[in-house]
Design a binder for this molecule. Structure first.
Ligand SMILES: [Zn+2]
Length: 171
C-alpha cells in the first residue's frame, strides 16, 4: 500500500501551512521547539513498565494535546515518532478517539500517512535536493536532519526513482 501523489502533495501542503503559521522551519528549529509552538506537550515514558504497553512507540492524547515517547528508544527514533504523532495530530483528528496508542509496526493507511508526514517534515525535499548537490555523504545528511540514515536512503531513492523531472527541472 502506498500514498497517491495527490495525498502526498496534500500532506506536504499541510506541513508548509502549519510551519508558516508559527514562523518556524526544520531543521533550523528543533522539533521540540516547533511542537511546543503548536501547544503540544511532550513527555518520555517507560512504556515497558505499563501493562499492555510493550512494543509501543508513542501515544498521543488528542484532548489534552500531549505526546508520550518511549524512554527506551534512541533520540533519533523518538524524533521520528514525535513527527509521526504530529502527523496524526494534524491529519487524523477523530473526536471519538481520546488516545491513540501507536505500536511500532502497524501498517494501515493512517500509519502510512503519518510516516509520510514525518519523513516530509523532517527531511524537506527542497532542502535535501540542495544538500545533495553539495554532498552525497548520507551519515552527514542524516545527522543534519536528525534522522536515521535509513530515512535519508529511502527518501533519496524515492526522489531519484519517482521525481526525476523534479530534480532536473530545479538544477
Ligand atoms: Zn501512528
Amino acid at each position: 500500500m502506498s500514498l497517491s501523489k495527490e495525498r502526498q502533495q496534500e500532506i506536504d501542503d499541510v506541513i508548509k501551512t502549519k510551519l508558516i503559521l508559527i514562523d518556524k522551519s526544520y531543521p533550523e528549529n528543533n522539533i521540540l521547539e516547533i511542537v511546543k509552538e503548536f501547544g503540544i506537550k511532550v513527555y518520555v515514558t517507560c512504556f515497558s513498565e505499563i501493562d499492555g504497553m510493550t512494543g509501543v512507540c508513542g501515544v498521543i492524547n488528542n484532548e489534552t494535546a500531549e505526546i508520550y515517547l518511549n524512554k527506551e528508544h534512541s533520540k533519533v527514533r523518538n524524533t521520528f515518532t514525535l513527527a509521526h504523532e504530529l502527523g496524526h495530530f494534524f491529519l487524523h483528528k477523530d473526536p471519538s478517539l481520546k488516545f491513540r496508542v501507536d505500536k511500532c509496526l502497524e501498517n494501515n493507511s493512517e500509519e502510512i500517512e503519518a510516516n509520510y508526514f514525518a519523513a516530509s517534515f523532517l527531511v524537506p525535499k527542497e532542502k535535501l535536493l540542495l544538500i545533495l548537490r553539495e554532498t552525497k555523504n548520507i551519515p552527514a545528511i542524516a545527522q543534519y536532519f536528525a534522522v536515521s540514515e535509513d530515512v535519508i536512503k529511502i527518501i533519496v531513492k524515492h526522489l531519484i526513482f519517482c521525481d526525476n523531472y523534479y530534480i532536473y527541472s530545479h538544477s
